[in-house]
Design a protein around this ligand. Structure first.
Ligand code: ADP
Length: 181
């Protein structure tokens, strides 16, 4: 499936299908849980490919800060992965949409983008946060993810590329529709 790209100022927004652990970018984002403990889905794939030092750093953060609240993120190095950093973001668990899930999801994306800038990261790859085990409807999540990115890039012209790495065709198509809208 062909990649889709759009520019906002000098940042390229790219959509691609694939596995986030195999991207050549400076930072990848993990869809983590608040306890920063290993889970399934993209979190499991990242810890498996990146090796045990990532979980060790997550444990240190957990012991120091008590974990990571939904809508925020923490950073570790990339372990055995080719990226320099992994940003572990916590999205909302879907409870029907009236518990602030939309804002929490946008905040998760924006907190990653802010942290990336603080660390001098110019290229970052995101999975579709919260739309797996956390049950957030994909179409709604795709719109919010791209809104968050658009809002951020209109105010911050720092990043070279924001890449969404979508694992399955349905998710890719929903992001594509949202980007083209
Ligand atoms: P959450 O708990 O935030 O819902 P999940 O990991 O369950 O996170 O799912 C988030 C998205 O990540 C889903 O679309 C899932 O298909 C996708 N995903 C799973 N493995 C990978 C991977 N290796 N690379 C990119 N995306 C992945």
């Amino acid at each position: 499936m062909a990649n889709v790209t759009k520019s906002i100022k000098s940042t390229s927004i790219t959509l691609t299908r694939g596995d986030i652990t195999r991207q050549e970018v400076e930072a990848i984002v993990n869809a983590a849980n608040s306890a920063l403990r290993g889970g399934g889905g993209v979190d499991g794939a990242i810890h498996k490919a990146g090796g045990p030092t990532i979980a060790e750093q997550c444990k240190q953060i957990r012991e120091r800060d008590g974990g990571c609240a939904p809508g925020s993120c923490v950073i570790t190095d990339g372990g055995k992965l080719s990226c320099k950093h992994i940003i572990h973001a916590v999205g909302p668990v879907w409870h029907g949409g009236r518990s602030g899930e939309d804002d929490t999801l946008k905040n998760a994306y924006i907190s990653c983008l802010k942290l990336a800038c603080q660390y001098g990261i110019k290229t970052i790859a995101f999975p579709s946060i919260s739309t797996g085990a956390y049950g957030f409807p994909v179409e709604r999540a795709a719109k919010l993810a791209l809104e968050a990115v658009r809002d951020f890039c209109e105010d911050n012209d720092y990043l070279d590329e924001i890449r969404f790495v979508l694992f399955d065709e349905k998710t890719f198509n929903k992001f594509k529709e949202a980007l083209e809208a």
